[in-house]
Ligand binder design. Structure first.
Ligand code: ZN
Length: 264
């Protein structure tokens, strides 16, 4: 009895069999609030892949160090390419190939600041260049609205994974939202990216020492940048809150003494 036309023994595979198609890479989005360990996980993932001989391309944007590297709160860091506003990530990979450098996977940190076009480019790299793409970022801004880059990842990613290290609100509930606090009060309007008032010191050499020691280094990552600068008389910081307290604006009993947290 001849095989059925769409059976595994058929000479001509039926449509949808995937035979003859190049395998696509995977696009994964790991998301969580600031300080939940995303950058640490990104560096661990890079380590796990590179030790098996895979070649990675590390990208970041407005990292807390602002020195073209992925840095974690745990004191780890690794050089990364700073993604400028309109950098074409497909061209970036092609340039690597042209130099004879293999690229097996991409690790992109701080993807909330990537443009939607750049997220589309990451998906294309997965589909057409068979790269595995691991994206790490914050889902929502201080207004609890999705960052455009993160929204695009929720739309496109093959897998969407919350980073499992919980950051707690002052009340003990899981912290899910990054509140912007100006002069001791939560604000819900303004530029998406605002420099925290202590960001200046973060770019100095003391910042790494503070990071490595586990001290809180205020400012910079995720919230600092050149988009907008807070007026000098305003004290700007960020605080992770649960949904209830983000909505109510209650910063807790120690609101005045809580250290400022960088996004990331
Ligand atoms: Zn709470």
């Amino acid at each position: 009895m001849p095989p059925e036309p769409d059976s595994a023994l058929s000479a001509v595979p039926a449509a949808g069999s995937r035979r003859g198609l190049p395998p696509a890479g995977v696009l994964k989005f790991f998301y969580g609030p600031m300080d939940c360990g995303k950058s640490t996980l990104a560096l661990q993932l890079d380590y796990n892949h590179s030790r098996q001989g895979r070649r990675g391309l590390l990208l970041t944007k407005l990292d807390r160090s602002r020195r073209g590297q992925i840095t974690s709160r745990m004191g780890l860091s690794k050089p990364a390419i700073e993604v400028d506003g309109d950098l074409d990530l497909r061209r970036l990979v092609r340039d690597c190939w042209a130099k004879g450098r293999r690229v097996d996977y991409v690790i992109a940190d701080e993807v909330q600041f990537f443009s939607t076009e750049q997220i589309d480019q990451l998906a294309q790299l997965a589909d057409e260049a068979q790269l595995d793409v691991y994206a790490f970022g914050i889902a929502t801004d201080f207004r609890s609205r999705l960052f455009p880059g993160s929204q695009r990842l929720f739309e496109l990613a093959d897998e969407i994974l919350p980073v499992q290290v919980e950051v707690l609100c002052w009340c003990g509930r899981p912290g899910r939202f990054n509140a912007r606090v100006v002069n001791g009060a939560i604000v819900r309007h303004g530029a998406t990216v605002v420099v925290a008032d202590t960001a200046e010191t973060d770019a100095g050499t003391d910042a790494d020492a503070a990071d490595a020691s586990g001290a809180n280094t205020p400012g910079s990552n995720g919230i600092s940048g050149t988009d907008a600068a807070a007026p000098a008389e305003e004290h700007v910081r960020y605080q992770v809150l649960c949904r209830i307290h983000h909505r109510s604006g209650d910063l807790g009993p120690n609101a005045d003494t809580d250290p400022a947290l960088p996004l990331g």
